[in-house]
Design a protein around this ligand. Structure first.
Ligand code: KG4
Ligand code: ZN
Length: 345
């Protein structure tokens, strides 16, 4: 039963958590949304500086809320890839320092593996294999979780991430940032069939379409054209546009994820990332799961959006399997999910 303290600073949340295997003892998340809101997106340099300012108080709070001392911690973990390099470096320096001064084993964790572990936190009896759909502001990936530490990326976006598309569509209608929750709220009052939008399919050179990959920039451009055209004629029917956009995105994500699961003989789909909060996506996935007799797990939102509990949970599994990282491990802006085992000795 490993007790892990983990740090997550890959983007705009400063997070520290303590987890015992799949049980959360404390989880501190300090969001920087307000800091970046006026710029309409995350400003990397501001993110790093803010992480630096609040990382130490977050560590202290995680320890005190878990009511533990350093003696009770078995290892220190940190998100080391993918993410904003300057932001990752703050967490990395803090984690390595803690590992050195308290003489604890150290583990680097892949951020996307962390997102997958949100499902284990929410459903402690969950075992691989299953399909995990990760939909956040930075990622849209359908990942085949074959076994612990063994992943295959089946589908991903060729351009914008799903959350990014929500944010851009909200911006082009002047609705505010982050756009996902605003569009979600508006969509509930609109007609999802008001405006047909393209699904964003990826053509293959040999003909036909990629069965699992996503493209959201075409949908976003179609919404832009639609908004320009409507604005010339009428007051913009914002709720109908939001509902049509959300319906199209939810339909595409559901269709391709279900295809992945069925093609690979998987009976379970889990979901992670901020877009997992989307009511339209949840409804579509639920309906499809019932139709195809699949199990579907939606972790609570606090584990879907960036947090350190998911990182600690992934590290606990690795630690229990005897994996640790070298203190020479470096941050990386990118790394494919199927190479996570390279992070361990
Ligand atoms: O996972 P997350 O908190 O941060 C990373 O990007 O790593 O995801 C944030 C994204 C934003 O693009 C936000 O607009 C989107 O998740 N989001 C939503 C909803 N809540 C957050 N998108 C659609 N519907 C929502 N209810
Ligand atoms: Zn994330």
């Amino acid at each position: 039963m490993a007790t892990i303290l983990a740090i997550e600073t890959s983007c705009d949340e400063t997070a520290v958590a303590i987890v015992k295997n799949r049980q959360v003892l404390s989880s501190i998340v300090s969001s920087q949304i307000e800091l970046h809101q006026i710029y309409g997106g995350v400003v990397p340099e501001l993110a790093s500086r803010q992480h630096l300012e609040i990382i130490n108080p977050c560590i202290d709070r995680a320890i005190s809320e878990a009511d533990l001392t350093w003696q009770n911690i078995d290892a220190i973990a940190v998100t080391c890839t993918p993410g904003l390099v300057g932001a990752l470096l703050v967490g990395m320096a803090a984690a390595k320092t803690l590992a050195m001064i308290h003489n604890k084993p150290f583990l680097g964790v892949h951020h996307l593996e962390g997102h997958i572990y949100a499902s284990y936190l929410a459903q402690p009896e969950l075992q691989p294999p299953f399909l995990c759909l990760l939909v956040s502001g930075g990622h849209t990936s359908s990942i085949y979780v074959k076994d612990y530490g063994e992943y295959k990326l089946l589908g991903s976006t060729r351009d914008d991430a799903a959350g990014e598309a929500f944010d851009k569509v909200a911006r082009l209608m002047d609705l505010g940032y982050p756009g996902g929750p605003i569009i979600d709220r508006l969509a509930q009052q609109g007609n999802p069939l008001a405006f047909p939008l393209p699904e964003g399919r990826i053509s293959l050179s040999e003909g036909g379409y990629h069965p699992y990959d996503y493209s959201f920039s075409g949908i976003k451009t179609a919404v832009l054209r639609l908004v320009e055209q409507l604005q010339e004629e009428v007051d913009l029917p914002v709720a109908d546009v939001a509902a049509s956009f959300q319906y199209t995105v939810a339909k595409v994500l559901t269709k391709r994820s279900v295809k992945c699961a069925l093609d690979y003989g998987l009976d379970t789909i889990t979901i992670g990332g901020g877009v997992a909060a989307n009511s339209g996506l949840r409804k579509h996935l639920q309906q499809a799961a019932e139709k195809h007799n699949l199990k579907i797990y939606f972790p609570p939102l606090k584990f879907c959006t960036d947090n350190a509990a998911m990182i600690a949970c992934a590290a606990a599994q690795h630690f229990n399997l005897g994996h640790t990282s070298s203190l020479d491990l470096e941050v990386r802006s990118r790394m494919p999910i199927d190479r996570v085992m390279e992070l361990y000795k």
